[in-house]
Design a protein around this ligand. Structure first.
Ligand code: XUL
Ligand code: MN
Length: 347
């Protein structure tokens, strides 16, 4: 296969400069302003920012359409002045009192309608920011106990909601970000296979694709590089949240490569082999600082993730494919295993 020489473009979201709160303790760093976060992007070699709707317009539910348009335009100007693109916008459908029991799959029809209305507004915000990509992390679309919701009906509700979004805007593309659990016991769209199957039930499957997050694949007991390859086989990997995860625990959002360097190498290798980025897709890092991180080290997890990614690109490009192919032809997987280890360790 021809070696990739692509130049990657990088992205993170305002939530990735988080303050360190967890369910057992308060923040460990003071909140930084949006302007400060934006100012760090270029310095760190990043090209785009990803958003939730209320990252763009705080307290979006309480604002009029006119206010939403004015605040979005103001933010768009800041992005333009900073030379930063908007990668995607995601409706934050898991904070509101109206999404306590789920959003699109809530048992309450008024709450399902709220979720659809808010998603349409997110599309309008994305349009004003100059991106056609909407990400759906289906946070509360699942159940805590199986008997509380109808799983069969829930798939219909999801498809109906996505259809309404596709009808709202003829150009919008929806990328589903699957995650198997957390905050729910079980989610209805736990893997990339589920996401693409749901896409196929919608009114315009061509405009419904996927976003893969490394940690979410690990939480599903799957290998992120195989999930990436699967989505790319369908031409449906429209965004990517690289990070790491130390086994089947809470969603850790560790720096890329932090827990499983070989797994990170395999993700980069599959992106390289399939020319990720050649259609304008960004490499996003959905990573958080470790809670003990001091204010002066606040950007390290993003900088480190990007550095690790770029070093692994070099490793993927210098991987001796001919030598590996010989070992594969000889079915000498012991030798192949050791070649990979020594290649990663360096001479
Ligand atoms: C949650 C997660 C989200 C999405 C965006 O696990 O990854 O931050 O990426 O809503
Ligand atoms: Mn994510």
């Amino acid at each position: 296969m021809k070696k990739n020489s692509a130049h990657y473009r990088f992205c993170f979201g305002p939530w990735n400069l988080s303050e360190g709160a967890d369910p057992y303790g308060p923040p460990t760093r003071p909140a930084q302003s949006f302007d400060w976060k934006l100012a760090q992007m270029k310095k760190l070699g990043f090209d785009a920012m990803m958003f939730h709707d209320d990252d763009v317009v705080p307290d979006v539910d309480a604002k009029s359409e006119k206010q939403i348009i004015a605040e979005t335009r103001e933010l768009k100007k800041k992005l333009f002045d900073a030379g930063i693109a908007a990668e995607m916008v995601a409706p934050r459908l898991w904070f509101s009192p109206k999404t306590i029991d789920g959003a699109y799959t809530s048992n309450d029809p008024k709450h399902r309608q709220y979720a659809i209305d808010r998603s349409r507004r997110t599309i309008d915000i994305a349009n004003l920011l100059g991106t056609d990509l909407i990400v759906l992390w289906l946070a509360r679309e699942g159940s805590y106990l199986r008997e509380s919701k109808n799983a069969r009906k829930s798939v219909d509700y999801l498809v109906q909601a996505i259809d309404k979004m596709l009808a709202h805007d003829k150009r919008v593309r929806i990328a589903i970000e699957p995650k198997p659990n957390e905050p729910m016991d079980h989610a209805y769209v736990p893997t990339i296979g589920h996401a693409l199957a749901v896409a196929n039930l919608t009114r315009d499957p061509k405009r419904v694709g996927a976003l893969i997050e490394s940690a979410h694949c690990t939480l599903a007991g799957l290998d992120p590089s195989d999930e990436i390859a699967f989505a790319m086989s369908f031409g449906k990997l429209w965004s990517l949240h690289l990070n790491d995860q130390n086994g089947l625990k809470f969603d850790q959002d560790k720096p890329f490569g932090s827990a499983n360097l070989r797994g990170a190498f395999n993700q980069v290798r599959v992106l390289e082999q399939n020319h990720y980025g050649s259609r304008g897709e960004y490499v996003c890092f959905d990573v958080h600082p470790f809670r003990p991180t001091k204010v002066e080290h606040w950007l390290a997890h993003l900088d480190n993730s990007r550095r690790t990614f770029l070093k692994l690109v070099e490793k993927a490009r210098s991987y001796d494919e001919a030598k590996a192919a010989q070992m594969i032809a000889d079915r000498n997987y012991q030798a192949l295993d050791q070649y990979v280890i020594e290649h990663l360790l360096g001479k």
